[in-house]
Design a binder for this molecule. Structure first.
Ligand code: ZN
Length: 299
């Protein structure tokens, strides 16, 4: 059985007001579940360094996050209250993707048991995303000459506006994004290839579109490494998602992505991105389905 390394950041927790919709509790539960899956090795992530973060973000943003100098509007747009623990958590969540990307190049598949912070821009973080983990990982690997051409497969329900903005004009990075149309972010940043779904889109249409666009993205990107943002939020029971995929449909989504990348010989760095089900156990079950699917051999 192949080994799959999974990097966790759940132990670096931070204070949230009671009833806040960010599902902080899910990360520990996903970690505990992942530890029981055969072949998966869970490790605590190192923090991304300030230097690594500065390859993606402006010095101003990095310094103001570090020192707690966000203004009120920025904190509202971020959706999370600043704390020193939030800064540490955000560095660990980014570090987990950096480590998973390197592990994926060695092992073929590796994961961050979180991450997928695609709403973070160069100069500002938004939508629960302080730093952009995937873009930071791309730049970190390129700084070492490890990879050049990359593909981002974003099947979180929300558009990866920050990632699109950061990779615009990067001829060696290709972004594929499957989005709920009537959903955050309401001001879009175009990616390289996108599908927008109406509210209530169910498994059949979603999977048919995925099967159409992923091979096209692979052909056009010719990637040496793919980043997958396997959000749990296209789920029918998600409070923010507005689509209607079943748990089985999400498993099929993950299996199709895994097989397409594997057939193309492209290593995959998998992140879990968003998930806001009414009952956190549903999000955890979907996330663990993703971990199980990507850690299993090809079907
Ligand atoms: Zn999302």
């Amino acid at each position: 059985m192949q080994r799959v390394r999974a990097f966790a950041h759940d132990v670096f927790t931070y204070p949230l007001p009671e009833g806040h919709r960010f599902p902080l509790a899910k990360y520990r539960l996903v970690r505990q579940g992942a530890e029981t899956i055969e072949g998966v090795e869970v490790r605590d992530a190192d923090a991304a360094t300030w230097e690594q973060l500065a390859r993606t973000h402006s010095a101003d943003w990095v310094e103001r996050v570090r020192d707690g100098h966000l203004d009120r509007r920025e904190e509202l747009a971020l959706g999370l209250p600043w704390s020193e623990q939030l800064v540490e958590r955000s560095r660990r969540a980014t570090g987990a993707t950096l480590q998973a990307a390197r592990a994926a190049l060695e092992d073929g598949i590796a994961m961050n048991l979180g991450g997928g912070t695609h709403h973070a821009f160069a100069h500002v973080g938004r939508g629960f995303c302080v730093f952009n983990d995937v873009v930071t990982a791309i730049r970190d690997l390129r700084a070492d000459g490890r990879v050049r051409r990359v593909l981002v497969v974003d099947v979180d329900v929300h558009q990866g506006d920050g990632t699109h903005a950061l990779l615009a004009g990067d001829a060696d990075a290709f972004t594929l994004s499957l989005n709920g149309f009537r959903n955050y972010p309401f001001r879009r940043v175009p990616g390289d290839l996108e599908v927008d779904f109406p509210d209530g889109t169910a498994d059949g249409r979603y999977l048919a579109e995925l099967e159409r666009v992923l091979p096209e993205a692979l052909r056009r990107a010719r990637p040496e490494l793919a980043f997958v943002l396997a959000g749990a939020d296209p789920y029918e029971g998600d409070r923010l998602g507005r689509l209607a995929l079943t748990k089985r449909g999400l498993l099929e989504r993950d299996g199709f992505v895994r097989d397409a990348l594997s057939t193309a010989g492209v290593p995959a760095c998998v992140t879990l991105a968003g998930g806001y089900a009414e009952d956190v156990r549903d999000t955890v079950e979907i996330n663990l389905g993703t971990v199980r699917t990507f850690s299993a051999s090809r079907s």
